[in-house]
Design a protein around this ligand. Structure first.
Ligand code: HAM
Length: 436
C-alpha cells in the first residue's frame, strides 16, 4: 500500500539547493554591509506573546486583524508566530536593558509569518533581513540606514530600484491630520469603496494606501500629510533630504506612503521595483520614536527597515546578478578500499592547507569513468585521481575539467600550493608546515 504524500503548507516554501547561491550571496553581502556600519547581529525568538504584536503593530491593521498565526500554548498563554521583527527587537532591548541612554545598532534575519493570500512575492512564511537603530533621534541615522540599504543594492549589483520617502510627523500632528482626512473622506462617503468605508471608521490613514482604481482620483485630491507636519518633523525631514542629496542618492517624495504598521512616526520609506509585478516593495521601514515607551520602556527613539528576502532573490534572478560560486573546486576520485583510506586523509589535509578550498570527495563505488562523469556534473574545476599506483608514489593525477590545460601528475607535497596557485586561493602556511 502506498501512503498518501504529505505536502508543504500553502504559502510556505522549501528553499532548495538550486537557490542556495542566491540566498547565500544576499545573506553574506547583507552581513558584510551592516558590519561595515557597526551593526551587530541578534537572534530573537520566532514565537512571542500575542499582546506584544497587538500593542506595537496596532489592533486595527491587516496584520493583527487577519494575518497572525495565533494559538494557545499548553500553558494557556496566547502566543503568535512573529509577523515581523521590530516588536521582538524592542521587547528584547527593553528586557535586557540595552536601550535607555544607550545607542544600539542591531540586525537580524529569519522567517516571519503572515496568513496572507499567497501569490508571487507574497507568502505565509517569508524571510526578512532587518536592522534597527536605537537611541538616536537625529535625521543623520535615517540617512545612515537608507545609505546602508543603497550600498547593499550596489554591492549585490541590483539596479532599477526607486526609493520612496515620506514623513508621518509626530503622533499629535498625525491625529490632527487624521481628523482632516476623516472630514474629507466623509464628505465623499458615497464614492468610497467598501474597504475604505471600513477604514474610515478604524484607520483612515490607510485609505491612502488603497490600490483600488475607483479610489485613485479621490485619494489624489485628499489633503497631504506633508502639509500638516509639525515644525520639528518638517525640519527633520528637510535635513534628511539634504543629507541624501549630498550623498547623491535619488528619491521620490510620496505623501501617500503610510505603511501598514501603526508604530511609525516621522520618516518612512520603501524601495520599490518595477521588475516583480504587484508585490513591488523589496525593503521598507521608518522611524518609531514612540514604540519603546508604548511597550513599557523609557522613551527611546528608534528607526529601522526590513527587506523581503524572497523578493530580493527573485530580483537578483531576474536581473541576472553574479552570485557566489558554490560548486566544488576539486573532485577527488579514488578506487579500492586501501586507496579510500588515503583519499579521506588527503581530502582532509587539502581542506586544512588551502583556505576556502571546496573538496568533493567521491563517495560510493564506481569506476573512474563514472566518477569523472560525476566530477564534471559537480561543476568542479579539477578532478584529482587517486589509484593504487598514485597512492604508492604519494601523488595524484590532476585533470582539468573546465580549462584547456594538460593533465599532470602532482606529488601530495606540492598539491596544496599547486591548487592554491591555479584557483587564486592561499595556503595556510601553518597547516602546511605542520604536515611536512
Ligand atoms: P513590512 O513592510 O511589513 O515592514 O515588511 C518589510 C518587507 O518584508 C516588505 O517590504 C517585503 O519586502 C517583505 N514582506 C512583507 N510581507 C511579505 C510576505 N507576505 N511575503 C513576502 N515578503 C513580504 C516590517 O515588517 C517592519 N518590521 C520593517 C521595519 C523594521 N520598520 C522598522 N524597522
Amino acid at each position: 500500500m502506498v501512503s498518501e504524500r504529505i505536502q508543504a503548507i500553502r504559502g510556505m516554501n522549501d528553499i532548495l539547493p538550486g537557490q542556495a547561491a542566491l540566498w547565500q550571496t544576499l545573506e553574506r553581502c547583507a552581513a558584510a554591509t551592516f558590519q561595515s556600519y557597526g551593526y551587530h547581529p541578534v537572534r530573537l525568538p520566532i514565537v512571542e506573546r500575542t499582546e506584544l504584536f497587538k500593542r506595537s503593530i496596532g489592533e486595527v491593521t491587516d496584520i493583527i486583524e487577519k494575518e497572525m498565526y495565533t494559538f494557545q500554548d499548553r500553558g494557556g498563554d496566547s502566543v503568535s508566530l512573529r509577523p515581523e521583527g521590530t516588536a521582538g527587537a524592542v521587547r528584547a532591548g527593553i528586557e535586557h536593558g540595552l536601550l535607555y541612554n544607550q545607542v544600539q545598532r542591531l540586525w537580524y534575519a529569519g522567517p516571519m509569518f503572515r496568513y496572507e493570500r499567497p501569490q508571487k512575492g507574497r507568502y505565509r512564511q517569508f524571510h526578512q533581513i532587518g536592522v534597527e537603530a536605537f537611541g538616536l533621534e537625529g535625521p543623520d541615522v535615517d540617512a545612515e540606514i537608507i545609505l546602508m540599504s543603497a550600498r547593499l543594492w550596489r554591492r549585490l549589483g541590483i539596479g532599477r530600484l526607486t526609493l520612496k520617502l515620506n514623513s508621518l510627523g509626530t503622533l499629535e500632528a498625525r491625529k490632527a491630520y487624521r481628523q482632516r482626512l476623516v472630514d474629507y473622506f466623509s464628505a465623499h462617503r458615497t464614492a468610497l469603496d467598501e474597504d475604505s468605508r471600513r477604514r474610515l471608521e478604524t484607520n483612515p490613514l490607510r485609505i491612502l494606501d488603497s490600490k483600488s482604481e475607483q479610489m485613485r482620483p479621490l485619494i489624489e485630491g485628499a489633503p497631504s500629510l506633508l502639509d500638516h507636519l509639525d515644525a520639528a518633523s518638517s525640519d527633520h525631514f528637510a535635513r534628511l533630504r539634504e543629507l541624501l542629496d549630498a550623498a547623491g542618492l535619488e528619491y521620490e517624495i510620496d505623501a501617500r506612503l503610510v505603511r501598514g504598521l501603526d508604530y511609525y512616526s516621522r520618516t518612512v520609506f520603501e524601495w520599490i521595483t518595477r521588475d516583480l509585478g504587484a508585490q513591488d516593495a523589496v525593503c521598507s521601514g521608518g522611524r518609531y520614536d514612540d514604540l519603546v515607551a508604548q511597550l513599557g520602556g523609557r522613551p527611546t527613539p528608534g528607526i529601522g527597515f526590513a527587506m523581503g528576502v524572497e523578493r530580493l532573490v527573485s530580483l537578483m534572478e531576474h536581473q541576472e546578478v553574479t552570485v557566489d560560486d558554490l560548486s566544488p573546486h576539486v573532485y577527488l576520485a579514488w578506487s579500492g578500499e586501501a586507496v579510500q583510506t588515503a583519499a579521506v586523509a588527503l581530502a582532509e589535509r587539502l581542506r586544512d592547507e588551502v583556505r576556502g578550498l571546496r573538496v568533493l570527495l567521491h563517495a560510493g563505488g564506481g569506476g573512474f569513468k563514472a566518477q569523472l562523469r560525476r566530477a564534471d556534473r559537480s561543476g568542479a574545476r579539477y578532478a584529482l585521481i587517486l589509484g593504487e599506483a598514485e597512492t604508492h608514489e604519494r601523488c595524484v593525477q590532476m585533470k582539468p575539467l573546465r580549462a584547456d590545460e594538460a593533465q599532470s601528475q602532482v606529488p601530495w607535497s606540492a598539491l596544496a600550493a599547486t591548487l592554491a596557485g591555479k584557483l587564486g586561493l592561499v595556503t595556510d602556511e601553518r597547516a602546511v608546515a605542520e604536515e611536512f
